[in-house]
Design a protein around this ligand. Structure first.
Ligand SMILES: C[S@@+](CC[C@H](N)C(=O)[O-])C[C@H]1O[C@@H](n2cnc3c(N)ncnc32)[C@H](O)[C@@H]1O
Length: 249
């Protein structure tokens, strides 16, 4: 990775639309065999960025369900991890209203450029975009909710999940959704999942239970299989006290 010499600014005030630029925090090495490969992911989404919104249309009903499960209220602060081209931003912003705040984190410059254009076109002043890997992003808030929508690579990283949890208030809602293996007998569904996964993630590891790393960190995790078991939506809460991570600053 080529390190950017740019330094970050102090945390911005609420109601400010801001792009924090490329985060320059150190990025841990990838483990291509066992987990996500950042270099491969950047290349994958660099290629897909221009057509991504069309490709995702088939999954839009899942997005609606996932965002609904966040239970957002006006004034809430919500994180959209691996926000891609910003397809969730309009719904998230509508749910938190003018007084709330949406923070999108995305590592692929080509994907976040589309999200940036979306924010500018809509004139949203309370949407902040951070171009950085979730695992090292410097998130300038303590949020009420977090969304991981079709971000399997992010969910396979303990460091990414821990960074997010550090920036959630106790009791915050976490929703994750995405592809998963269907039961073995559902062969056509698994053929679809395999093809979609090869196209959109860099490691198939964990597709049997993509929420597993959240499960050990959240309380009350519920998982709902959808689309014949080839997709899931999971929801849980950040515990009031976490023993496995430092208190949020
Ligand atoms: C399938 S897309 C989902 C995008 C968006 N959440 C949506 O609902 O349309 C996965 C996104 O996760 C991003 N991504 C993968 N690993 C990441 C990481 N470690 N940190 C930040 N973004 C990541 C990719 O660049 C890509 O934009």
């Amino acid at each position: 990775m080529s390190a950017s010499p740019r330094r970050r600014h102090a945390a911005p005030p609420p109601q400010l639309s801001l792009d924090l630029g490329t985060d320059d925090a150190p990025v841990p090495p990838a483990h291509p065999r066992d987990g996500p490969d950042r270099t491969a992911a950047l290349a994958q989404y660099r290629r897909r960025a221009r057509f991504y919104d069309l490709e995702l249309m088939v999954f839009e009903p899942i997005r609606r369900i996932a965002i609904g499960l966040l239970g957002l209220r006006p004034g809430d602060v919500v994180l959209d991890l691996g926000c891609g081209t910003g397809l969730s931003l309009a719904r998230l912003r509508a749910a938190v209203g003018e007084r709330g705040r949406v923070i999108g984190v995305e590592q692929c410059p080509e994907m976040i450029a589309q999200a940036r254009a979306r924010v500018q076109a809509a004139g949203w002043r309370n949407v902040t975009l951070i171009c950085a890997p979730v695992e090292s992003a410097r998130i300038p808030v303590r949020a009420d909710a977090a969304l991981f929508h079709f971000t399997h690579d992010v969910l396979r990283r303990d460091d990414a999940i821990d960074n997010v949890l550090t920036h959630l208030r106790p009791g915050a809602t976490v929703v994750a959704s995405g592809l998963k293996w269907a039961p073995l007998w559902a062969v056509p569904v698994n053929v679809f999942v395999l093809n979609a996964a090869l196209y959109s993630v860099t490691s198939l590891a964990g597709l049997d239970a993509p929420w597993s790393r959240l499960a050990s960190r959240l309380v009350g995790l519920e998982v709902r299989p959808m689309l014949a078991g080839g997709v899931y939506v999971a929801r849980g809460r950040r515990a009031a006290q976490r023993r496995d991570a430092p208190t949020a600053g």
